[in-house]
Design a protein. Structure first.
Lengths: 113, 116
């Protein structure tokens, strides 16, 4: 089974802090994704990466950046956290094979105070 | 751009009753369609997927979904609901990003409550 691991289940940070959310997958997948989930809005794509050191903006990239230095690890960075970034963050991975579903981690619930 | 509509925010059914969760999509080409389930505090688990072929697809936990192109729908069904099915259900449509990477656009979810 594919395992996507997010380093923290719950995280509390303060406004203005730099925040790192980490995601690791164990199946050598080429593609990785970061989503945020908010009530009534479903999941929205922040950034994705289709290869090491490659990144592309999703639908809501403002206020976020990402890093992919190794194939198995994809980090989401909040450069200066704000209260409107309080949310559930979900990481997913996808192999570079046609007709495959994305596999999700358990999520990080981030609170910015 | 693709979009997904799940018209029911919240549904309550009795244990043992049948279930149908609605999903309508908008996409210019043949879509990739998915249903995911999310239990409280958990990530998303894939229930089933449709890429092509047979329009009735079977998934895990006794769920099935039917792709109807003429109605742009991909409704999820289960003949007899169990209390453990209480969760939030997300329909998603996939569109190609690169050759083998697809972007998922999600609906806003349907929360299922099961009464005993």
């Amino acid at each position: 089974d594919v395992k996507v691991t997010q380093s923290s289940r719950y995280l509390v940070k303060r406004t203005g802090e730099k925040v790192f959310l980490e995601c690791v997958q164990d199946m050598d997948h080429e593609n990785m994704f970061w989503y945020r989930q908010d009530p009534g809005l479903g999941l929205r794509l922040i950034y994705f990466s289709y290869d090491v050191k490659m990144k592309e903006k999703g639908d809501i990239p403002e206020g976020y950046s990402v890093s992919r230095e190794k194939k198995e690890r994809f980090s989401l960075i909040l450069e200066s956290a704000s209260t409107n970034q309080t949310s559930m963050y979900l990481c997913a991975s996808l192999p570079a094979t046609l007709r495959q579903p994305q596999h999700f981690g358990d999520g990080t619930r981030l609170s910015i105070l | 751009a693709q979009s997904v509509t799940q018209p029911d925010i919240h549904i309550t059914v009795s244990e043992g009753a049948s279930l149908e969760l609605r999903c309508n999509y908008s996409y210019g080409a043949t879509p990739y369609l998915f249903w995911y389930v999310q239990s409280p505090g958990q990530g998303l688990q894939l229930l089933l997927k449709y890429f092509s072929g047979d329009t009735l697809v079977q998934g895990i936990k006794g769920f099935e979904a039917e792709f109807k192109r003429s109605q742009s729908s991909f409704n999820l069904r289960k003949p007899s609901v169990h209390w453990s099915d209480a969760a939030e259900y997300f329909c998603a449509v996939g569109a190609s990003l690169t050759g083998t990477a697809s972007k998922l656009t999600f609906g806003t979810g349907t929360r299922l409550q099961v009464t005993l």
